[in-house]
Design a protein around this ligand. Structure first.
Ligand SMILES: C[S@@+](CC[C@H](N)C(=O)[O-])C[C@H]1O[C@@H](n2cnc3c(N)ncnc32)[C@H](O)[C@@H]1O
Length: 204
């Protein structure tokens, strides 16, 4: 049983194949409470240009579209399966106001200062060299633009690290320190039970 759970939950890191497709459906619903709470902390305005890194099955892209009238929303993910699912879930707006591509947080294929807002839901655990990735996020954000990290696995939660290989769990305070060190300003940390954390920072 443990082996079965492990092979399913290890799909969080980079969904692939049948189990990966199942995991993407599961995450599109399972991450709704965390994501809706985290997004409720953000001030949206019409026609924003928004990037969701590690977009998974694309539910966050849909949620972002609803919060900013006339927004253009970009999703990027390292997994081919995630990209396919995110495109399918957003088929009605695809290549009109939703754009999804394969790529990594380490090397974002976007121009400098393109985005008003960048989000990362349940994905920073898997980014190699977080400090470098945060520099990339800073590069693609406009001055005054905001970066929003949402996590629900926090330090000490070894159930997940035992199950999912290649996962680095940070405390919310550590993530805030990372944002400060990367040069973000007005960094804020919000907590909600059971273990939700949202960490935000603004590009100067
Ligand atoms: C736990 S899932 C979360 C997906 C989605 N954000 C959600 O909330 O449902 C993590 C996602 O991050 C992606 N990912 C992992 N490492 C990445 C990286 N270095 N760059 C971009 N995406 C990455 C995975 O492929 C996966 O789709």
């Amino acid at each position: 049983m443990k082996k079965l759970l492990k092979s399913f939950f290890s799909q969080c890191a980079r969904p692939e194949g049948t189990l990966g497709r199942l995991m993407l459906r599961f995450m599109n619903f399972g991450h709704a409470p965390l994501t809706n709470w985290g997004l409720s902390l953000v001030a949206f305005r019409p026609a924003m240009t928004i990037l969701d890194i590690g977009c998974g099955g694309g539910a966050t892209l849909k949620r972002l579209l609803k919060r900013s009238d006339g927004a253009c929303v970009y999703g990027i993910d390292i997994s081919e399966e995630s990209v396919a699912k995110a495109r399918q879930v957003n088929a009605d707006m695809l290549n009109k106001r939703v754009f999804v591509c394969r790529g990594t947080a380490e090397k974002l294929p976007y121009d400098d200062e393109k985005f008003d807002l960048v989000t990362a839901v349940e994905t920073v655990y898997f980014w190699p060299n977080l400090s470098h990735c945060l520099q990339e996020v800073g590069r693609v954000l406009k001055s005054g633009g905001r970066f929003v990290i949402m996590v629900e696995v926090v330090e000490g939660d070894s159930v997940w690290t035992d199950m999912v290989g290649g996962m680095t769990v940070y405390s919310p305070e550590q993530l805030k320190d990372f944002l400060d060190a990367a040069g973000f300003i007005h960094t804020e940390l919000y907590r909600k039970k059971p273990s939700y954390a949202t960490i935000t920072g603004v590009k100067p």
